[in-house]
Design a protein around this ligand. Structure first.
Ligand code: SAH
Ligand code: DHB
Ligand code: MG
Length: 220
C-alpha cells in the first residue's frame, strides 16, 4: 500500500513546508487516545490551510472531525472572528478534538456538532446558517453526494468544496457496487459532472497515507 519513497518524500516536504506544532501535538493525543490514524497528511493539511487563506475564508464547514487534525489546519487560516463548524458522529472523537483544538488556541473559532452529519446539516438548515466559503467533506464516504449537494446549496460563488479520499488505491474504478464508499465516490463524480454550478477536478495523491486523491470544486 504505502510506498517507502512516497513516505520519505512526504516527511521531507512536511519538514520544509508543513511543520505545525499544534497539529503534531493533536496526532500524539489521537494516538494515545486510540483514535484511528486516518487524518489527512501534513502536506494535505497545509493545502487546506493555503486554500482557506487564498480565498480569505471566514466560514468553513467540515464533515468528519476525528481528532481535529484537519480542523486545526483550516481554523488557523481563519481571522479571529471567523468560524469553523465541524460535524462528528462519535462523541469520543469529538471530545479528543475539542481538547486538541483548545490546546492549539483555536477553541473560540471552532464549533463541533456531535451526531450523524445528515442530522446536523438538517439542524443547521433549521438555524438558517449563513453560507460557507469552504467545505471539507471527510466522513462516511457513502453519503458524499448528499454532503456535497448540501455544501453546494449552502455556498456562494467563489466557495471551494473539497472531498477527501475519492481514489482509495484505485478502488474508484470498481463498478461492482459492492463497496458503499466507492459507490459514494462514483455517485459524487456523476453528480459533479452534470452540475452546472461548479467547475471541479480531482487529483491523485501519494504519500504517508498511500495512494488516494481528493476532489476540488469551485462554486460558480
Ligand atoms: N477530517 C479528519 C479525519 C476524519 S475521519 C482529519 O483529517 O483529521 C472520518 C470521521 O468521520 C471519523 O471521526 C468518523 O467518526 C466520522 N463519521 C463517520 N460517519 C459519520 C457520520 N455519519 N456523521 C458524522 N461523522 C461521521
Ligand atoms: C478512512 C477515512 C478517511 O477519511 C481517510 O482519510 C482514510 C481512511 C477510513 O474510514 O478508513
Ligand atoms: Mg479522509
Amino acid at each position: 500500500m504505502s510506498n517507502d519513497s512516497w513516505t520519505a518524500v512526504d516527511h521531507y516536504l512536511t519538514d520544509r513546508l508543513a511543520s505545525n506544532e499544534a497539529a503534531e501535538a493533536a496526532l500524539k493525543r489521537n494516538h494515545s487516545e486510540g483514535l484511528p490514524p486516518i487524518d489527512v497528511s501534513a502536506p494535505l493539511g497545509r493545502f487546506l490551510e493555503v486554500t482557506a487563506r487564498s480565498i480569505r475564508a471566514r466560514r468553513i464547514l467540515e464533515i468528519g472531525t476525528l481528532g481535529g487534525y484537519s480542523t486545526i489546519w483550516m481554523a488557523r487560516a481563519l481571522p479571529t472572528d471567523g468560524r469553523l463548524i465541524s460535524l462528528e458522529i462519535d462523541p469520543k472523537h469529538a471530545d479528543v478534538a475539542r481538547k486538541n483544538i483548545d490546546a492549539a488556541g483555536l477553541g473560540a473559532r471552532v464549533d463541533i456538532r456531535v451526531g450523524k452529519a445528515l442530522d446536523s446539516l438538517a439542524q443547521l438548515d433549521r438555524e438558517k446558517v449563513e453560507p460557507f466559503d469552504m467545505a471539507f467533506i471527510d466522513a462516511d464516504k457513502a453519503n458524499n453526494p448528499e454532503y456535497f449537494r448540501w455544501a453546494l446549496d449552502h455556498s456562494r460563488p467563489g466557495s471551494i468544496l473539497i472531498v477527501d479520499n475519492v481514489v482509495r488505491e484505485g478502488a474508484l474504478l470498481d463498478e461492482s457496487g459492492k463497496n458503499a464508499s466507492v459507490v459514494g465516490a462514483r455517485r459524487l463524480m456523476d453528480f459533479v459532472r452534470q452540475e452546472k454550478r461548479v467547475v471541479a477536478t480531482a487529483l491523485q495523491t501519494v504519500g504517508t497515507k498511500g495512494w488516494d486523491g481528493f476532489l476540488h470544486a469551485l462554486v460558480l
